[in-house]
Design a protein around this ligand. Structure first.
Ligand SMILES: NC(=O)c1ccc[n+]([C@@H]2O[C@H](COP(=O)([O-])OP(=O)(O)OC[C@H]3O[C@@H](n4cnc5c(N)ncnc54)[C@H](OP(=O)(O)O)[C@@H]3O)[C@@H](O)[C@H]2O)c1
Length: 223
């Protein structure tokens, strides 16, 4: 049986990913930070839920130790928005560092601690964003969120050669603008539509495609 790990799976895109991976027959290790949320409503023997703050080294290494066998898909999905500051003078530095911690550094920590469980043909999904694209940054603002996803993209590409040598493929995803707590009510995509696409991208992913930065529908994104 294939095994998947999804961080930040109690709501939003992560919850829908956990559901669709279960429907595809994966054993799913789904994590939540405080409240198991929508995960508690899923009735499946294939689901294992774990309390995990992605910033917490002990919790992350404990989760890795607790997983039997290898991990086929690791989805670094957990993320936070920034303060929607409208000008440089409004940027809250403490919050900016928190955004970088959760969105950029923690996916690296999770990957590092899970690496021993990943094997040839495993896929790591980094849930990035179009907002991490420097060439797409025309309207500016969203300072810390944009920077955090750009940093995540570079952390990912900096790990790529080592992952290639291990046969592990890297998929850097923009899920689209999705109706979640983060995406807000005006977003054009449902979590189902976005995750349908993400699942297709995961299933077609192989080593030759490692390091691609794409939208949920497969459209390539310029860095
Ligand atoms: N929605 C969009 O339009 C959109 C667009 C581009 C990219 N993305 C990216 O897609 C991913 C999922 O977004 P979403 O829209 O589903 O967001 P969401 O509904 O706000 O859910 C975010 C998830 O991340 C978890 N999380 C936050 N901080 C965490 C921490 N320190 N440790 C563990 N879990 C933590 C949250 O847990 P709690 O419930 O405990 O807070 C929640 O489960 C994010 O990386 C986001 O940046 C989303």
């Amino acid at each position: 049986m294939k095994t998947a790990v999804v961080t930040g799976a109690n709501r939003g895109i992560g919850l829908e990913l956990a559901k669709q991976l279960l429907e595809s027959g994966y054993k799913v290790h789904a994590t939540y930070r405080n409240d198991s949320g929508g995960l508690s409503e899923i009735d499946s023997e294939l689901l294992s839920i774990h309390q995990l703050d992605v910033r917490d080294l002990n919790a992350v290494s404990g989760l890795s130790d607790s997983i039997e066998g290898s991990i086929d898909i690791l989805v670094n999905n957990a993320g936070i928005a920034d303060g929607r500051w409208q000008s440089i003078s409004e940027i809250d530095m403490e919050h900016a560092l928190e955004v970088l911690h959760v969105n950029s550094v923690s996916p690296v920590l999770v990957t590092q601690q899970m690496l021993g469980k990943l094997s040839s043909d495993s896929v790591i999904v980094m849930m990035s964003s179009l907002m991490g694209s420097i060439s797409d940054c025309r309207s500016g603002r969203s300072y810390a969120y944009r920077a955090s996803k750009t940093a995540l993209n570079m952390f990912s590409m900096a790990m790529k050669n080592e992952l290639d040598a291990l046969g592990i493929s890297l998929l850097i995803m923009h899920p689209g603008w999705v109706e979640t707590d983060m995406g807000g009510p005006n977003a054009p995509l449902s979590t189902k539509e976005s995750v349908n696409g993400i699942m297709q991208r995961i299933h077609e992913q192989d080593l030759a495609l490692s390091g691609r930065y794409v939208e949920f529908d497969g459209t390539p994104i310029e860095w």
